[in-house]
Write a protein that binds this ligand. Sequence first.
Ligand code: C2E
Ligand code: MG
Ligand code: MG
Length: 551
Amino acid sequence: MEQIRAVVEIIQRSTDAYMFILDLTSDIYMLPEKAVKRFPFHSTMIENCTETLKKIIYPSDYEMVLADIEKCRLGEQDTHTLEYRWLDRMNRVVWISCRGTVVTGAEGRKLLIGTVSELGKKAKADNITGLRRETRFRLNTESLLRDRPASIRYMMRMGIDNFKEINEKEGIEAGDEVLRELAECILKTVDESVDVYRLMADEFMIVDAGTSERQNPRTVYKQIQGTIASMAKSKEYSRFYTVSAGVLEGDFSGRTVEEIMRYTEFSLNEAKRGGRNQMTIFEQASYEVYLKRLDIRKALRQDINNDFRGFEVYYQPIVSTSDYKLVGAEALLRWQNDKYGKMSPAVFVPILEESGLIIPVGRYVLWEAARTCKRWKQYIPAFHIHVNLSYVQLYRSDLMMDVERCIQEIGIEPESLVLELTESGYIETNEQIKSLFKDLKAKNIDLALDDFGTGYSNMRYLKEIDVKTVKIDRSFVVQALQNDYDFNIISHIIDMVHSLGSAVCMEGIEEKEELSKMMATKPDMIQGYYFGKPSPPEQFEENFLKDVNFP
Ligand code: C2E
Ligand code: MG
Ligand code: MG
C-alpha cells in the first residue's frame, strides 16, 4: 500500500487531475494534498470514504455514485467512469469526471485506483455557475438525438438581456455573480431530471428530456422570471436584470445539434428583437423569412460591390400648386436583381438599413441625384432635387462630410438639394443630430420632413429642426379623401405648418378629382401619379423637361 502511494504521489506531480486510491475492502480513501485544499476533505487519508463523500458529492448525484462503486466492490464491473458534481470549499458546484480501475492486490484486497479531473479545466464545465458547458451539451445532445430523440420535450435557450451593460458598468465580478444567480434560479425552477448547461457568455440551455411530469416551457419561463424577481427583491433591488428565451419544441428525431443551436439562437434573438424580457417559440415559417432576408442582404452586398449593379435612381416630379409647373423631383432608389427581380424599396431599404449598407448606397443616390439635378437646372434654374436619408446615415456616417464633398465634386448649389427625413422619435432627442441640422442649415441645405401623418406627427419637430417642407404621406391623404373628419384635420395641419413657416408637399394624388378636392386644403406642392410616376432620368427629361406643361 505504501509503495503504491509513493508511486501515485510521483505521478500526481505531472497532472492536473487528482489521483486517488480507494480501498474497497476497508473503505479507506487517499487523495493528494491539492484535492484537500480545494474540496472539504479533512485529510489526505480518509477512513470512512462513503460517509465523507456524502459531504463532497452533490446530493442528488450521491446515490448514483455509490451504486457504481458498489458494483466495483462486488466484482460486477472493474472500471468506474462517471461524470458528476462535487461541492468545493465554498460550497460551489464543480463538475468532475472520475475514472478508476479495480486492482486486486495481495490477500485479495481490492483497490480502485484512478483520477478525478475537473471538467471546468477542460471547458466542459463552468466553475462560475457550476453547470456543464457547451462541449458537454453537444456531446450529450448527440447521444440523446441518436438514442432517444422522442424523449426530448423542449430545449430552451436563455440569455440575460443586459449582460454586456452589467459587465461594463459594474465589472466582470458583478457579471459572474449574475450568472451564478441565474443558474441558481433556473435550477430552483426546473425539475431534477431537466439538464441545464451554460453556453458561451450569458446564455444557458435547458434541456427537458426527463422522466418527470411534463412542464410547459412557457410556464417554466414564467417561473424562472418569478424566481429572478423574488431574488432581486430579497437583495433589495441592488441589481436588476431580465432574461429572454428561445424555445424549440416538437419532434426532435432527425435534428442535428447544429440545427438546434441555430434555431434556438434565432428564437432567442427574435425574443430580444421583440423587446426583450420575453420568450419566443421557434417557428419554421419565420425562420424561412429570416433566411430569405439574409439572402437578400447577401445579394444586395454583392451588387453593391459590383459597382452598384442593378441599382438605379428614378425621379418623380414635384409640381407647384400655384401654376402647376415643375419645381423639382424626388430621387427614388430602385433595385433589380437576377434572383429577386424588381423589389420595392419598402422591402429592400430596411434590409440596407439594418446591415449598414444604406451608407454606401445612400452616397450612390446622393451623387447620382446631384449629377442629374445639375443637368436639369439647364431647363429649370430653380430646380430642386429631393434625396431621402435614412436615420442610419445620420447616426453612423459622417453625413455632413459626404454632402459637402458631393456638392463640391459635382458642382451644384447647396440650395438645390433637399434632404428628406422620416419623422420619428429620434430627431428631437439627439444632440448630435440637432447640431447636424444646424450645420446643414448654415450651408443652405434644406430639410423636408417625410411621411408626415404616419408616425409621431409631432408639431414640435417643425420648430426644433426648422424644415423647409413638410411632406404629407399618401395614406393620410387617402383617409382625407374618404371622410370629412380627416379632411378637416389635414386642412388644419396645413394651416399650422404654414404658420410655422414651412411649405407643404402633398404626396399620392392619383386622380383629377383627388387633386380638385385636396386643393381646398392649400398645399404648396403636389407629388403624385397624377402628375407623373417615378421614372428613369431619360424618360423624366423627355416627359417633363422638354417643353411640357402639366394638365
Ligand atoms: P417616400 O420617400 O415617402 O417616397 C414616396 C413614395 O410614394 C414612393 O414610393 C413613390 O413612388 C410613392 N408615390 C408617389 N406618388 C404616389 C401616388 O400617387 N400613388 C401611390 N400609390 N404611390 C405614390 P417608392 O419609390 O416605392 O419608395 C418607398 C419608400 O422607400 C420611400 O418613401 C422612401 O421612404 C424609401 N426610399 C426610396 N428611395 C430611397 C433612398 O434613396 N434612400 C432611402 N433612405 N429611402 C428611400
Ligand atoms: Mg421621400
Ligand atoms: Mg413620403
